[in-house]
Design a protein around this ligand. Structure first.
Ligand SMILES: [Zn+2]
Length: 58
């Protein structure tokens, strides 16, 4: 077991299908970040966090 990955996204609608490089993929599921800051995929446990648009990018 490894730590769940946290992925920053710019859109509130996310398509997750697990890890394509490892036999731990899962059927495609659409996840939606509502008013919260993020959402966890119920299949692979990845956490998607909404990335704020910031003027600085370094
Ligand atoms: Zn997933």
């Amino acid at each position: 077991m490894g730590p769940a990955k946290t992925i920053k996204v710019q859109e509130r609608k996310i398509l997750c299908e697990g890890d394509p490089h490892f036999p731990l993929g899962h059927p495609r599921v659409y996840l939606a970040i509502g008013d919260s800051r993020g959402v966890d995929c119920p299949y692979c446990g990845r956490r998607y966090i909404l990335k704020k648009e910031e003027p600085k990018d370094d």
